[in-house]
Design a protein around this ligand. Structure first.
Ligand code: SF4
Ligand code: SF4
Length: 513
């Protein structure tokens, strides 16, 4: 029923004749707090909070039926007769709100065809090249648990071959090439040659190119000027204040790297580079402290906080007990409160990844971030390349033989290689919420998309499990919905994701009736 333009209330009312049949739908999720009830329609990722009046009426009329999946139907005339203390226009608005969220059908029709909502892109646009698997740090949670050696550097010939094949063979107009590792700045010749070659070729092929790099910052003082010249966007890993950072991000000697990293950040900023800050949170009690450090000491209002994942060296030295996810929820919610307080005091809204993304998912069906789709972006939005030219469906899978798609020396065109690869077929066709037991019936499955296949693989040993931090996602999506009922201003935490969505404020504010 849905066209690209949103159905207006006035149009809806034209179809809403007294004979119109309203039918309840199964599989809704209900959660009640005090006088309000949250309702979620999982397949279309729709939600609404009912206040006392709407809730009372919609439950009494059996238009909404918590606790049963039996359908019931009534004509509009019968619904009006149930309780004449409500004005008919008000009832129409409630029905309209439910219809737009696939929570009722009207004359047998739903608003969304849910299966059309979650299309996956066909060809990757982001190419993540590990130009150095080796590193000048030995972080305690590094995803590689081996002692990377100096030979694990990509050759100039290999990086050029990857760039040429990606730009020539993948039919995408906008391309992002990210230089990663290990520490990419330890292979500076390869970086410079790759960046210059990519610019020349993209310009000849009339493609729009973004170059990025993720660094541990140790060599940033030395190379900031060069990175500026090459117009490379820089992401900087910095885990927070000195004591926290130095516990985790250390040289092989055990000495912390905070001093070098801060010096690198200062140098980069002085030259006009503005590195994006990324902290890995291993102890959830540090969330607020790290955020405050970025805001107050480093004057940053936009940063990313990732929680530590069960991978590589982290498996040995950190706590991954079952209560871990709930602790992350508790402290992450304090981060949301911090963002609200910060706005109250200064008038500015923070943009904190992935808080901004969660807000975006509450406001819109677009899923611009590939890790929150099912199947996720592995092999359809991103490709990863090892230092030796091996190809993988994602940066996080680089170096894992089970996921190797082939090598850059394979004469087969890359699109053909993607289509014919068995592991890629398995990811694209089978790693879907429907095929993951816990996700299949999860109310949040289209908000979250079942999470990271790499994290499932690392934690459970296969790609057909939920994200190991599942409990975190289940809790925070719901908590954010409730928080918006108290404070609709929360939409402003959407940050830069606003650029990807059509009309997030309107969608958001109409979620409370
Ligand atoms: S990982 Fe957990 S929260 Fe995410 S969709 Fe699956 S069951 Fe739901
Ligand atoms: S494998 Fe994980 S990191 Fe890679 S695209 Fe999928 S969800 Fe994202």
């Amino acid at each position: 029923m849905m066209s690209s333009k949103k159905l207006e209330f006035s149009e809806f009312k034209k179809v809403l004749t007294p004979e119109a049949i309203i039918t309840s739908v199964p599989d809704l999720y209900f959660s009640t707090r005090n006088t309000r009830t949250l309702v979620v329609e999982p397949e279309s990722a729709s939600w609404i909070i009912l206040q006392a009046a709407s809730r009372g009426f919609l439950l009494r009329s059996k238009i909404l039926r918590p606790g049963t999946n039996e359908r019931s139907w009534k004509s509009l005339a019968e619904i009006y007769e149930l309780d004449q203390s409500f004005n008919q226009n008000e009832i129409d608005w409630w029905l309209y709100s439910l219809f737009l969220r696939n929570m009722i059908t009207l004359n047998g029709q739903t608003y969304y065809q849910s299966s059309n909502l979650w299309a996956v892109q066909q060809y990757p646009h982001y190419f993540n090249i590990h130009i150095a698997e080796s590193c000048n740090l030995a972080c305690r949670y590094c995803r590689c648990d081996h002692e990377a050696n100096d030979r694990e550097l990509m050759s100039v010939e290999t990086v050029k071959k990857i760039i040429r094949r990606v730009l020539e063979e993948i039919p995408r107009e906008k391309v992002i090439i990210g230089f990663h590792g290990g520490e990419p700045l330890t292979n500076i010749d390869c970086l410079v040659a790759g960046a210059k070659y990519a610019r020349e070729l993209a310009s000849a092929l009339k493609k729009k190119l973004t170059l990025s790099l993720q660094t541990n910052g140790v060599l940033l003082t030395r190379y900031s000027e060069l990175l500026k010249e090459l117009k490379i966007e820089v992401g900087l890993s910095l885990d927070g204040p000195e004591a926290i950072h130095n516990r985790q991000r250390v040289f092989a000697s055990g000495r912390g790297s905070f001093g070098e990293v801060i010096e690198g950040l200062r140098r980069a900023r002085k030259l006009g580079l503005n590195p994006g800050l990324l902290a890995v949170i291993s102890d959830p009690q540090n969330y607020v402290e790290v955020a405050k450090f970025f805001i107050e000491n480093l004057d940053s209002r936009s940063f990313r906080l990732n929680f530590l994942c069960y991978e590589g060296r982290a498996k040995k030295g950190f706590n991954f007990e079952v209560d871990r996810a709930e602790l992350f929820v508790e402290h992450w919610l304090k981060l949301v409160d911090l963002a609200i307080d910060y706005h109250r005091e200064t008038g500015y809204w923070l943009s904190v990844d992935d808080l901004n993304l969660f807000i975006a998912h509450l406001a819109d069906k677009s899923r611009p971030q590939m890790c929150y789709r099912a199947p996720c972006g592995a092999g359809n939005s991103i490709l990863g390349f090892g230092y030796d030219g091996q190809i993988y469906p994602c940066e996080e899978l680089v170096g894992k033989d089970e996921f190797c798609l082939g090598t850059i020396d394979d004469p087969k065109p890359l699109p053909q290689l993607l289509v014919e690869s068995e592991i890629n077929q398995q990811i694209q066709q089978q790693r879907k919420v429907e095929n993951i037991k816990k996700c299949r019936t999860c109310p949040w499955r289209r908000f979250h998309g079942s999470g990271c296949l790499n994290k499932s693989f690392e934690f459970f040993g296969d790609i057909f499990h939920e994200d190991p931090m599942c409990h975190f996602y289940r809790r925070v999506f719901e908590e954010l919905m409730w928080k918006t009922a108290e404070n609709p201003d929360l939409i402003n935490l959407i940050g830069y994701y606003k650029n990807y969505l059509k009309d997030p404020e309107a969608n958001f504010l109409e979620n409370i009736i």
